[in-house]
Write a protein that binds this ligand. Structure first.
Ligand code: SAH
Ligand code: SF4
Length: 362
């Protein structure tokens, strides 16, 4: 496989250039790829046609291809992206009035076996490279006309995968996304979500450039969490909370805790009260997500009044929001990413996809 341009920091772009090219060429390519968001070699008009052609022979530009695109009635788009090795992974775009969010993947599949999540059923196929992570953002920004420098655009690493099990690539992608001379996003507009890989949280906290941190709590006590998220056997809830207390929050930052409500399992008022006692002392907010159902998931979605009651209890002490389900009809919502393709979506009662292959991997 050819090396790729996207995913490289400046010194690594320098290494790609033919001998004898001046150093500013690397900067030109860097600017074209990240600041101007060129989508292929042809769009890099700042260097000669000859150099472009020579580079294209040896180096992939590095954008993902779009294998399929699904559009939901609520404006959400789910992309099934094709990678260089033919594997596919998902990115979701969710427009809102005051904020647009791109939900990107960090692995193909996921090795963490959460019992309520469709991605878990895939197992882990492989880590994404930094370029494949950045590529999702570039593609989403260009297709939906988003400005990475504006407050309107947000990126959440909440698609397929456990980001902290691919931390080096996640951090490298973040550095590229946040470089003022390139993509130019603010660290405040990127969030990484983890199932609670405690030792990697410590490593994340030490990184000079890093996204905000969200933690998938999903249970109100140790034993319940072990059943829903078997990773708890390795990383205990009490150690996870200790890592949260020790986490070096920046002055503007607070932790986010996500909590998937499963009907009759972790959604009682007593659960809500326990969540408050677990988190009450932390600088944080809580996002509740009523289960998004899926084939093979042995849980139900709680009724709206249950969700309200849970929220009311947590809200007495902590900011607590209910996350609206987005794109459930196209299998784009939290926990539904399993690269469901056209026929499967229709069979499962969802809307059929929009467009087939529009842009092969570049
Ligand atoms: N692996 C990371 C990030 C991806 S999952 C993590 O687990 O944090 C993103 C969020 O979706 C997590 O908070 C997870 O708890 C939630 N989720 C998983 N399956 C879900 C489902 N079926 N319905 C609603 N939310 C779900
Ligand atoms: Fe992996 Fe997150 Fe799904 Fe758990 S919820 S299986 S960590 S993607």
């Amino acid at each position: 496989m050819k090396p790729a341009l996207i995913g490289r920091e400046l010194p690594e772009i320098q290494e790609l250039l033919p001998p004898g090219e001046p150093a500013f060429r690397a900067r030109q390519l860097y600017t074209a790829a990240y600041k101007n968001r060129a989508s292929g070699w042809d769009a890099v008009t700042t260097v000669s046609r000859d150099l472009r052609a020579r580079m294209a022979g040896q180096v992939a530009f590095g954008w993902p291809g779009v294998a399929q695109e699904f559009a939901s009635a609520d404006g959400t788009h789910r992309y099934l992206l094709e990678l260089d090795d033919g594997r596919t992974v998902e990115t979701v775009f969710m427009p809102e009035e005051r904020r647009d969010t791109l939900c990107i993947s960090t692995q193909v599949g996921c090795p963490v076996d959460c019992k309520f999540c469709l991605t878990a059923l895939m197992g882990l196929e492989r880590n994404l490279t930094a370029g494949e992570i950045v590529g999702q953002v570039l593609l989403g920004a260009v297709r939906h006309n988003l400005d990475p420098r504006s407050r309107q655009m947000n990126v959440v690493m909440m698609g397929q995968g456990e980001p902290l099990l691919n931390l080096d690539n996640v951090l490298k992608a973040t550095r590229i996304l946040c470089d003022e001379r390139g993509v130019g996003m603010s660290e405040r507009r990127i969030t990484v979500s983890t199932s609670g890989i405690v030792n990697r949280m410590e490593a994340l906290g030490r990184a000079a450039v890093r996204p905000k941190l969200a933690i998938s709590l999903n249970a109100s006590h140790e034993e319940q969490r072990r059943e829903l998220m078997p990773i708890t056997k390795k990383w205990h809830l009490r150690d996870l909370l200790a890592a949260c207390r020790a986490y070096p929050l920046r002055a503007w930052e607070r932790l986010t805790f996500e909590y998937v409500l499963l009907d009759g399992v972790n959604d009682t008022d007593a659960d809500a009260a326990r969540v408050v006692s677990l988190l009450g002392q932390l600088r944080c907010k809580v996002n509740l997500i009523a289960l998004n159902p899926g084939p093979g998931i042995p849980f139900g979605t709680p009724a709206p009044d249950r969700v309200d009651s849970f929220q009311r209890i947590v809200q007495r002490v902590l900011p607590c929001f209910v996350r609206k389900p987005r794109g459930r009809d196209i299998y784009a919502a939290c926990g539904q990413l399993k690269r469901m393709a056209d026929a499967d979506v229709t069979a499962a009662g969802g809307a059929p996809g929009l467009v087939a292959i529009t842009h092969p991997p570049g």
